[in-house]
Design a protein around this ligand. Structure first.
Ligand code: 0O2
Length: 229
């Protein structure tokens, strides 16, 4: 083989490898989207049933996403993993992510318990950043769930990260996320401390809201008893 032919051969091989990796990557993202749909359906079923029984919804909204390729690359680099499709699947638990936004903290645990009890999925990990907030004040309940998806020729277990938060926790996390991009601030320690204080205030409001709801529910139960006598 002359030099020119060898060069063409190497370029073709390289292109084929890149194309192969790209196809595997796109296929993997499709599998994650299917896994998200499975869990979203389960959460919507729980929501429908709960709202008929209790005349209110346990969650306000659900957001879902498959992680953007650039975020995947950034996280793989940050964690020091070689960038291959196999590694993305093996090392990252949050390529498929669902965020469930609730009004009340008790609803978070209700939904997480109901979902975890289902026998066709497996909870691989629980990170309770509500009971144990991160030092910066971040609060949410994270579950890493393994769920099977059924493809034409195989059943495959996929991992999905489900984050449960109150509206208030979500407000804090969104603002925190935005501020993370503002790197050139003069006093980052003071800003971090202010953000942490805001997280504590927000947590206090969540607790108070929960207490108010409990009071209202207790009154409703008392009224129902009086009516039925
Ligand atoms: P994105 O853009 O939301 O997907 P890591 O902390 O990511 O190195 P691990 O174990 O994956 O390692 O993380 P963790 O902390 O249990 O959960 C990761 C996800 O939780 C993050 O995903 C965020 O969505 C959210 N999260 C965790 N800590 C914070 C925080 O301090 N502030 C905010 N706003 N969100 C947080 P990604 O991939 O970082 O980002």
């Amino acid at each position: 083989m002359d030099a020119e032919a060898l060069k063409n051969y190497m370029e073709d091989r390289q292109q084929a490898t890149i194309l192969g990796e790209l196809q595997s990557f796109m296929y993997l993202m499709m599998e994650y989207r299917c896994a998200i749909r499975e869990i979203e359906t389960k959460l919507n079923v729980l929501n429908d049933e709960f709202s008929l029984r209790h005349e209110r919804n346990p969650f306000e909204s659900i957001e879902s996403r498959v992680k953007e390729p650039l975020s995947i690359i950034e996280k793989m680099r940050r964690k020091g993993f070689e960038l291959t499709v196999e590694n993305i699947e093996e090392k990252l638990s949050d390529v498929a992510g669902i965020r469930v936004i609730c009004s009340f903290v008790e609803d978070i645990y209700y939904l997480a318990d109901m979902l975890s009890a289902q026998d066709d999925l497996k909870v691989l990990e629980v990170k309770d950043y509500i009971k144990n907030p991160k030092p910066n004040g971040y609060r949410s309940l994270h579950l890493i769930i393994q769920i099977p998806i059924f493809l034409s020729n195989q059943k495959k277990n996929m991992r999905v990260e489900v984050q449960f938060r109150t509206i208030a926790m979500d407000f804090w996390a969104s603002v925190d996320h935005k501020l993370k991009y503002k790197k050139n601030v003069a006093n980052p320690e003071m800003i971090a401390e202010e953000l942490r204080k805001c997280a504590d205030v927000i947590s206090g409001v969540d607790q108070r809201m929960q207490e108010i709801r409990n009071m209202i529910e207790a009154e409703e139960i008392a009224d129902d008893k009086t009516d039925s006598q």
